[in-house]
Design a protein around this ligand. Structure first.
Ligand code: PLP
Length: 460
């Protein structure tokens, strides 16, 4: 393919309706055109090489341009590109299901393959409803989520997403979803200890279950680290205590590991290895194929599966699934990506590199514009605030406009300097490919440091 640059922009503006399209800009967007990618780098239309700071969209684990991935995908596409998953079976999805069951914590031995993260979340939520219907508890349907959560863009995924920006102008069925306050320690009231903050956020969950009635609450859904909500790392012990509350009240715990799975935090799954919990359901996607092809999965506890199977099934079938559930080519890509992560010991690599990445990230706090830095494993975020720096000169709305644009401004400077970041209002988030090396982490953070300084100078 070799369309001229102008034509790509024209088609982009005239034909492609993008995800999260900011509609006032339609018709005159000049998005960067990414022409090719190699290792941890992408190359734009001017041939400029950029470190891929966000790792695609939190999904690029093994790096770009892997020949053996392309070969595995081509081999499967030639041999058998599609198979009806409702009534047939084949090698790639069965092998992948068995592999995921092996990698998963606890008794999460049943694997439902989906087309991505949102459909994995939908599958989990629909399973919770199905399960309680079958068990004769049709009232046990409410789902508890949290502010800043992102669980996908399908109707049901959006229903438990706790960010207004992602729900404004749509209709959602709010009757079944409930949102607990943010668990961002940086947002706690001045003077409140981390322990007191953790106690309060844990109590929120128990209080909400008691308020609704445990017989009405089907599940609590939580990303171990809230990723697109701003890389919110909960206070130590929070998740485990929430999990214990769920068990006490017979509420299912869904860990949404779409971002935290497949090595992002140095383990296949973070739930047990990092947070010491064994969820009833785990949803995953993204790093499952390293973003080479779309695929997601819901991992389900064998105990729950047995409760709705065989003589317990009461004649029911689980009437849910997708034409592309267990797509053989996507499964072949996932198997190859997992094989590479294992062979190259990328989980160990992330665990070894993470302290340096976090040290460099937190060092950015010395810049006055930086309000907070957060991270874990190979995921991080820098949050900037203008307000404390500006004593006069700008009125409230100017300040607000400037602040919400901070991420974009930093991104522009980063781009000039050779780094792509993911700007989210006044935040920049990072989840670089897991294959990134120590000197490349330094390069990435040197650029970010300079870009924030340049942005700060724009205030002066
Ligand atoms: N869950 C989490 C935690 C996510 O971060 C995302 C996507 O960013 C999703 C679900 C939705 O995944 P997808 O975009 O593959 O549908």
């Amino acid at each position: 393919m070799s369309d001229p640059i102008g034509q790509i922009h024209e088609h982009d503006n005239q034909a492609w309706f993008h995800p999260w399209e900011y509609l006032p800009d339609v018709g005159h967007n000049q998005r960067s055109i990414i022409q090719r990618a190699e290792g941890i780098h992408v190359f734009d239309e001017h041939g400029q090489r950029l470190i891929d700071g966000p790792g695609g969209m939190w999904c690029m684990q093994i790096g770009y341009g892997r020949k053996e991935m392309a070969e595995a995908i081509a081999e499967q596409a030639l041999r058998m590109p599609y198979m009806n998953p409702f009534s047939l079976t084949s090698e790639a999805p069965t092998r992948l299901a068995a592999k995921l069951a092996e990698l998963a914590p606890g008794d999460l031995k049943r694997v439902f393959l989906t087309t991505g993260g949102s459909t994995a979340v939908d599958t989990a939520l629909r399973f919770v409803h199905f399960y309680n219907n079958l068990k004769g508890r049709p009232g046990k349907k409410h789902i508890i989520s949290r502010e800043h959560a992102y669980h996908g863009s399908t109707y049901l995924g959006a229903t438990v997403t706790g960010k207004d920006r992602d729900r404004n102008w749509f209709d959602i069925n709010t009757g079944l979803s409930h949102f607990l306050p943010s668990v961002n320690p940086a947002g706690r009231p001045a003077g409140m200890s981390l322990q007191a903050f953790c106690d309060a956020r844990v109590a929120d969950l128990e209080n909400k279950i008691l308020e609704l009635g445990a017989d009405k609450v089907g599940a609590f859904i939580a990303e171990p680290i809230q990723a697109s909500g701003g890389v919110i790392v909960p206070p130590e012990g929070y998740l485990k205590r929430c999990w214990e509350i769920c068990r006490r009240h017979d509420v299912l715990f869904i860990a949404d590991e779409v971002v935290t799975g497949f090595g992002r935090l140095g383990h296949w799954f973070a739930s047990e290895a990092v947070f010491g919990i064994q969820p009833d359901l785990i949803t995953c996607a993204k790093g499952l194929t390293s973003g080479y092809l779309p695929l997601g999965a819901m991992l389900l506890s064998e105990r729950l599966f047995q409760e709705v199977s065989g003589s317990n099934a009461n004649g029911a079938s689980f009437g849910h699934g997708f034409t592309y559930s267990g797509h053989p080519v996507c499964c072949a890509a996932a198997l190859k990506s997992i094989e590479i992560i294992e062979r190259e010991q990328l989980l160990q690599h992330v665990r070894a590199l993470s302290p340096h990445f976090l040290e460099r990230l937190h060092a950015l706090r010395e810049i006055p514009l930086v309000f907070d830095t957060r991270g874990m494993g190979l995921v991080g975020c820098v949050e900037c605030r203008v307000r404390p720096l500006v004593e006069s000169g700008m009125d409230g709305s100017e300040l607000y406009a400037f602040e919400t644009e901070l991420g974009m401004r930093i991104d522009r400077h980063c781009h000039e300097l050779g780094l792509m970041v993911r700007p989210l209002t006044n935040l920049c988030v990072f989840s670089p490919p897991l294959v990134i090396q120590r000197d490349e982490v330094d390069q990435m953070l040197d650029i970010l440091h300079e870009a924030i300084l340049r942005t700060q100078r724009e205030l002066e």
